[in-house]
Design a binder for this molecule. Structure first.
Ligand code: C2O
Ligand code: CU
Length: 491
């Protein structure tokens, strides 16, 4: 009797094990990505409570037709992607991937209203290149996402981007082909849209691109202290850009300042700030401004001696070095409110959930704990479906234990609330929102730019490892394909 029981138990055990193995094998098999697939194919359509439609059979428009203006350009540039040995200010040399042989690439400054034409030429970047205009809400075909809005530009090829520069502010450009590698290695630069009226005299307007070159923090190409003389009383505007994957904590020592703009949108009625860290998620921008005092001012990075020192040739940089902030600047509640219909309406056409987590399973055949969205692993992540004209609300909840700078292409998001607390300050518009563990944001946007738009984590290795979704307009399709054949991997 006892022996029979043991035998049955063993048999049942083996059976359970086989079934479990079968389930795991199937999960592994199902998770493998095809060699080539459309962004539209694999994800789960999410209509956010709005009208559903099978976008696969709708009267379809290709992303290729969603181009910028054909008018004569007001601004023209050519960016040549190529490998180059680059020397940082410290003398350290890098084998970098560059635009025009420089890291960062050339700073492009245009004026509001300009028709911008940039020709990308790939000289010798083997894996191909594209240019994405981070934060500029360009027409979809100009968005530079390999495998979604174009094919990667291979060595010897070129591609021309055209768009009208409508938003005044601070942006940046970077390759969106194998971006997790290419941005780190140098394929990025600043893109600034100035107001169309002429600049005011006696001012310093400078971009500070913060980047990590294999562990060396740099501002621009200065991996150390850069000094710039600035006359007392000059209006200073520093455009801070975090081109890294992880959060940068920057500070301005020696003066009070105002946060003039966030992610390329002006703050309404900014008030003076002093002794606060500016916490920038990967890809985010802050513009700060102040009148130049009689002594020097230091732009510093927490945990690094790299700095930009303005003003005095010598002297008080020592004392300033010890002046570090006590706490963080919080955009929620900063500045004054301004009428913004999206923030007062409760009448949304769609409401989406974006719950970031970690989940055990397979992604493309790789077992492990992977990033998940709404409990699902890539590519089973949501495709947020919208219609032109929709007012859209999105709730972002981070239960993954890690900070994620969430970036939506082609649109700006208005922050409505954080952890249930409504924003009572200036409208806070973002294109890249650093969502810390256990935080919950409600954001809103207007669906006014048809296309298929990436919505991903700007910690680019996270995006590569599955934190990638799309917002897609009903009726828009793409002829481009992701995958190994041909080689189009936006992240
Ligand atoms: Cu800065 Cu999807 O990119
Ligand atoms: Cu992330």
């Amino acid at each position: 009797m006892r022996r029979l029981l043991t035998r049955t138990a063993t048999a049942v055990g083996i059976l359970v094990l086989l079934v479990a193995l079968g389930v795991v094998a199937k999960a592994w098999f199902d998770s493998r990505l095809p060699d080539s697939y459309s962004a539209m194919e694999l994800s789960t359509l999410d209509f956010g409570g709005g009208p559903g439609a099978d976008h696969r059979s709708h009267r379809m428009v290709s992303v290729e037709t969603l181009r910028g203006p054909r008018a004569k350009p007001d601004f023209r540039a050519t960016l040549v992607a190529k490998e180059a040995k680059v020397r940082l200010a410290s003398g350290q040399t890098l084998s970098a991937w560059t635009f025009n042989g420089r890291v960062p690439g050339p700073e492009l400054r245009v004026h509001q209203g300009d028709v911008v034409e940039v020709t990308l030429v790939n000289e010798d970047i083997e894996s191909g290149v594209t240019i994405h205009w981070h934060g500029v809400d360009v027409p979809n075909a100009e968005d530079g996402v390999a495998g979604v809005t174009q094919n990667a530009v291979m060595p010897g090829e070129r591609y021309t981007y055209r768009f009208r520069a409508d938003q005044v502010g601070t942006f940046w450009y970077h390759s969106h082909q194998v971006a997790s590698k290419q941005v780190r290695r140098g394929l990025y630069g600043a893109f600034v849209i100035e107001p169309s009226a002429g600049a005011t005299p006696r001012q310093l307007d400078a971009v500070a691109l913060v980047h990590d070159f294999s562990g060396r923090a740099a501002i621009g190409s200065y991996d150390g202290v850069q000094r710039r003389p600035v006359p007392m009383g000059a209006a200073v505007r520093l455009r801070l850009v975090n081109t890294n994957n992880s959060t940068a904590r920057l500070f301005v020592a020696g003066t009070a300042f105002r946060v003039l703009a966030i992610d390329g949108t002006d703050v309404n009625a900014p008030t003076p700030v002093r002794n606060k860290y500016l916490v920038l998620g990967g890809g985010a921008r802050y513009d700060v401004g102040f009148p130049m005092p009689a002594h020097s001012v230091r732009l510093g990075i927490a945990g690094s001696s790299t700095a930009l020192v303005l003003g005095a040739e010598r002297g008080d940089t020592q004392t300033l070095a010890s002046e570090t902030p006590a706490d963080d600047f919080d955009p929620l509640g900063y500045g004054s409110p301004k009428l913004e219909p999206l923030s007062t309406t409760s009448d949304f056409d769609r409401s989406f959930e974006l719950k970031l987590g970690k989940h055990i399973g397979f992604v493309n055949g790789r077992p492990g704990f992977h990033w998940s969205v709404n409990g699902k692993l890539f590519p089973d992540t949501p495709m947020y479906m919208v219609r032109r004209g929709d007012r859209v609300k999105m709730r972002i909840v981070n239960s993954s234990g890690t900070v994620h700078p969430m970036h939506l292409h082609g649109h700006h998001l208005l922050v409505l609330s954080r952890d249930g607390q409504r924003n009572t300050g200036s409208p806070w518009w973002v294109d890249t929102l650093d969502v810390f563990p256990d935080e919950e944001y409600e954001v809103a946007f207007r669906a006014d730019n048809p296309g298929i738009w990436m919505d991903h984590c700007h910690n680019l290795p996270h995006a590569r490892d599955g934190l990638t979704m799309h917002v897609a307009y009903e009726g828009v399709t793409t002829p481009f394909r992701l995958g190994d054949r041909p080689h189009d991997h936006p992240e």
